[in-house]
Write a protein that binds this ligand. Structure first.
Ligand code: ADP
Ligand code: MG
Length: 350
């Protein structure tokens, strides 16, 4: 470890400031690097279309728990989290590489089960698995996937393009994956040490599936293409709506007004949240892993996006001086603060 006199604890810094810190020295050397660190994916120039590249790391005990995450679903999800970042650039995924670290606890059959989920996702989204790396691990399992996608340069959507008066839209519904995770954790605690008992999951399939086997929002990308709309900005919702709104506002140098009563929340999410004394709005704002898309479009596109299946208009973009704001049902303004799932926070570490 560093023998430097000063020592900064990672939980004081948080994940985003850590990334800012370690990527500060980067000076782009190649004209082919169109966008480096700082968006859902990097963007590379080629003679034809632009390429997007993104990578994600999943660690046992941090991102998944093998006591309730079936290996096939885990393989599928590991691919989906990457494809979601490619779609968030308004690009089409084409290749992935998959690297795994596994301990003696895993058999060949276990790994084949994991790969059956990986291949299912490749099949569904038209992606080729083109490489990777395999290593043994002393403790938990590790899965790292890199995805490569392509798009015409003028169609790529960054976090930085939102303009004043744009409409703010989200796909699907929010907070459901978080409530699914809470349910899995609750049942795990209840069943700990009790053999022969079955978990109580009846009626909650939807939120469980949202956490265990999320779907990337390819249909939105196809629909935008069909309607001839290129969003002014886009990001995938992996850390919760609040955190992603702040990324768009910061990178686009704008503020926003998002109406709390317009945030799409499924009935089952409401039901589970009530049962667990969680505010469903908090689950939508600060929960994670929904893998929906948040995007902005010029106000002239209102009628087209309003008519799109599975898309909700939740607010609009305002000048930066107004700040990022939520609007309560009674009309009161509430400043947005980031509380996304932060792997570096003290509570999670302990
Ligand atoms: P996402 O949630 O979309 O996966 P992250 O918040 O993980 O995005 O990353 C934000 C940006 O920082 C991305 O451009 C990513 O490539 C970059 N990044 C994250 N971790 C590192 C790292 N250790 N070194 C260099 N770049 C990183
Ligand atoms: Mg992302």
């Amino acid at each position: 470890m560093s023998d430097n006199q000063t020592r900064t604890e990672l939980h004081e810094l948080g994940e985003f400031r850590l990334i800012d810190k370690i990527t500060e020295p980067i000076i782009i050397k190649n004209a082919s690097t169109a966008q480096g660190v700082g968006d859902d994916a990097a963007v590379l120039n080629t003679d034809g279309k632009q390429l997007v590249v993104t990578t994600d790391l999943l660690l046992e005990g941090i991102h998944f728990d093998l006591t309730y995450h079936p290996l096939k679903h885990l393989g599928y999800k590991a691919v989906v989290v990457n494809l979601s970042d490619v779609y968030a650039m308004n690009a089409h995924p084409k290749q992935i590489t998959v690297s795994i670290g596994v301990s003696k606890r895993f058999s060949l059959e276990d790994i084949e089960e994991l790969y059956s989920g990986i291949y299912l996702a490749c099949e569904r989204f038209g992606v080729d698995l083109v490489g990777g790396d395999t290593s043994s691990s002393l403790t938990g399992a590790v899965i790292s996937i890199t995805a490569i996608g392509e798009a015409e340069a003028h169609k790529i959507c960054y976090r930085s393009g939102a303009k004043e008066n744009d409409l703010i839209c989200v796909t699907g519904d929010l907070g459901s994956a978080y409530m699914g995770l809470q349910l899995l954790e609750r049942e795990k605690k209840v069943l700990e040490g009790k053999s022969g008992m079955k978990p109580q999951f009846a009626g909650y399939d939807y939120i469980l599936e949202r956490f265990l086997k999320p779907e990337p929002r390819k249909p939105l990308i196809d629909l935008l293409e069909k309607e001839g709309i290129v969003p002014t900005s886009m990001i995938d919702i992996s850390d919760g709506l609040s955190s992603e709104l702040l990324h768009i506002c910061k990178n686009s140098e704008v503020g926003c007004r998002v109406y709390i009563d317009k945030i799409p929340i499924d009935q089952i999410t409401h039901k589970m949240a009530n049962e667990m004394n969680v505010d469903p709005i908090v689950a939508a704002l600060n929960g994670g892993e929904d893998f929906e898309l948040l995007f902005t479009v010029p106000i002239e596109k209102h009628d087209v996006v309003a008519g799109m299946d599975g898309v909700s208009i939740v607010g609009h973009v305002v000048p930066q001086s107004n700040g990022p704001m939520l609007v309560a049902p009674q009309g009161e303004d509430i400043p947005i603060t980031a509380q996304g799932w932060n792997a570096m926070t003290k509570t999670e570490e302990e």
